[in-house]
Design a protein around this ligand. Structure first.
Ligand code: F6R
Length: 609
């Protein structure tokens, strides 16, 4: 999730754009850039890797009144100066948020027409494509952009500046946020409200497939066929801090809500329902190499470990490859049995966790192929592992991992399906059906979010508890661990996650009427078993909160509270039950007035052993 800004008016464009970009810094970024028209109408582009202050240090005095700016959070290509935005083709400069899914095929065709690419980004394709159409039919920049967008698959919020059109900026959006700020003899473009609040609180929200021509004294919005659109102006009552959280009281809640979009981004361009396969452009493992893997060792810490544990169930269940999961901190001191036919998968949202990095180095020294699943392009792990898959969840500010976790799960599903196809363990028909179900997951997550009052009520009811248990079986056992981890880290209630069948081997001694038990129980092959486990704890007077399918008419008879998830393929249920346990932890912490985004003693990135 990068940041976009644009300005046209009477002020010094450089200061406005820099100030606006700084207001987007909280979202995280790895490089930044500006494109401006100088006093003579000549286009100037400045960009750097690193912080906005570094960009400021290379900016000359420039009498500019129009320009666009960007902070980049890399998805394609390393976080360096060349890949930073704006990208330029001829007289046209472009900043872009989102992912152009078909950028490789567009790039090949543009290259064959003589366009020269200098970066590894998908955005540069947009700049050349717009320029191509502009060169064919000069005069109207909006028409060229519309033609280019007609060829693009994926998501975008973009803003375009052209030397040939010194009195206007054009912007457009699809599946990536974009707003307009309205002023007196000046107007603004931004991906997020905080960017413009210093200058105006009058905004227009751009909808999907809308485009806008922004001039000093007017904004004209139209659809991608060129038909005008009437847009309402809104007044933003928020202060800046609230605006950064987009109106949510905490980043954690904002990020839980963003999961609908982050799942979508993780899937983007990777599903091939018709062929019944998944593609990972970035993966350097061919079919034969995948067939030759004899064992998978997954290494991770904390929440990422819980994702890894789900990976174990999926890899063993769907690909037949024996899989182990270890904490980074344990693995490196455990004399691991590794051979060159072991694939070592490291999962880390930050890409900087010292224990996970050390374990990857250990694995590399055994000659194993390593594959990192991370959210941060350019992180240390992305430079050290032999293969990388990015989760594309966007920057996560809350210390408690939420959207980065769900995107890790999505990557694991896709990877497992890809391996299962390569090893002929799943047929195309089954894969096609599973991928279509995966596409429905963001919609299902939205439904859970719409029903969050029920989860909040349940959280309040048990917020004074001293201990909590989370139980699950099979693929929902890792989600029981994750529910307990989330609850303990942000609400400071002691919580344990257990494989439901293990209760009777000890922990049952702790169950009493004061201990709520969350039972994750969607209908699947272990449903009857977990019903028995629910009866076990119920008969010891525990209060049971069941997380169950929306069409389960049975479970309410045995439990105190039912929190439902929409019906999906059983194998995908962890993607939904996760959202419920995240919200339960969030609302419990809220009720207990805890420091939700910055829990005591914890950090977002654990770079010490
Ligand atoms: C919990 C949490 C931590 C991290 C752990 C590993 O919400 O965020 O448990 O999961 O510190 O971090 P990464 O994934 O960055 O390696």
């Amino acid at each position: 999730m990068c940041g976009i800004v644009g300005y046209i008016g009477e002020r010094d464009a450089v200061s406005v754009l820099i100030e606006s970009l700084k207001k987007l810094e909280y979202r995280g970024y790895d490089s930044a850039g500006l494109a401006l028209l100088d006093g003579k109408g000549k286009s100037c582009v400045f960009k750097t890797e690193g912080e906005i202050s570094r960009l400021e240090s290379i900016l000359p005095e420039l009498p500019a009144r129009i320009g666009i700016g960007h902070t980049r959070w890399a998805t394609h290509g390393k976080p360096n100066t060349i890949n930073a935005h704006p990208h330029v083709s001829g007289s046209i400069s472009v900043v872009h948020n989102g992912i152009i899914e078909n950028y490789l095929e567009l790039k090949e065709s543009l290259e064959s027409e003589g366009f020269v690419f200098v970066s590894d980004t998908d955005t540069e394709v947009l700049a050349h494509l717009i320029n191509k159409y502009y060169l064919k039919n000069p005069g109207d920049l909006a028409i060229a952009i519309r033609s280019a967008l007609g060829e693009v698959r994926g998501s975008y919020a973009l803003s375009v500046l052209s030397e040939e059109h010194p009195h206007e900026l054009i912007a457009a959006r699809k599946d990536s946020p974009l707003i307009l700020g309205l002023g007196e003899h000046e107007n603004f473009i931004a991906s997020d409200i905080p960017a413009i609040l210093k200058y105006t609180n009058r905004v227009i929200y751009m909808e999907n497939l809308e485009m806008v021509r922004v001039k000093r004294d007017s904004v004209q919005v139209f659809d991608l066929d060129g038909n005008p659109r009437f847009k309402e102006e809104h007044i933003i009552p928020w202060n800046l801090e609230a605006a950064e959280k987009a109106g949510y009281p905490h980043f954690m809640l904002k990020e839980i809500h963003e999961q609908t979009n982050s799942i979508h981004e993780t899937l983007a361009g990777r599903l091939q329902e018709l062929e019944g396969d998944v593609i990972f452009d970035e993966l350097d493992l061919d079919k034969e190499q995948i067939q030759n893997i004899h064992r998978i060792e997954i290494i991770a810490c904390g929440t990422s470990f819980n994702a890894g544990l789900l990976g174990k169930y999926l890899f063993e269940g769907l690909t037949g490859i024996h899989t182990d999961v270890d904490n980074g901190s344990e693995f490196r001191y455990s004399n691991p049995v590794l051979t060159p036919s072991t694939l070592v998968i490291a999962i880390t949202q930050s890409g900087e966790t010292a224990d996970t990095l050390a374990a990857v180095r250990e694995a590399t020294s055994y000659g194993c192929t390593t594959l990192a699943i991370t959210n941060v392009v350019g992180s240390t792990i992305s430079r050290e592992a032999s293969n990388i898959i990015y989760t594309r969840a966007g920057p996560e500010i809350g210390v408690a991992a939420t959207k980065s976790f769900i995107s890790q799960l999505v990557v694991l599903y896709l990877l497992v399906i890809h391996f299962a196809r390569a090893r002929s363990m799943m047929d195309a028909d089954r894969v096609g059906k599973l991928l279509s179900e995966l596409r429905k997951i963001p919609g299902h997550v939205s439904r859970i979010l719409e029903d969050k009052e029920n989860i909040q009520k349940c959280a309040s009811r048990f917020a004074e508890s001293k201990d909590y248990f989370f139980i699950g079986r099979n693929i929902n056992y890792p989600i029981a661990l994750e529910g307990a981890l989330k609850l303990k880290e942000i609400s400071y209630i002691h919580a344990e996650g257990y494989a439901a069948g293990e209760l009777k081997h000890g922990p049952l001694a702790l169950i009493s009427e004061d201990v709520p038990v969350v039972a994750i129980a969607p209908q699947g092959h272990t449903y009857d078993k977990i019903l028995s486990n629910i009866k076990e704890v119920k008969s010891r007077d525990a209060s049971v909160i069941a997380i169950a399918d929306s069409d389960d008419g049975e479970i309410a008879k045995y439990v105190d509270v039912v929190l439902t998830v929409p019906k999906t393929d059983f194998i995908l249920t962890p993607l939904l039950t996760t959202v419920v346990v995240q919200l339960l932890a969030y609302y419990t912490a809220l009720e207990r007035d805890c420091s939700i985004d910055k829990p005591r003693n914890l950090a977002k990135s654990v770079t010490v052993e």
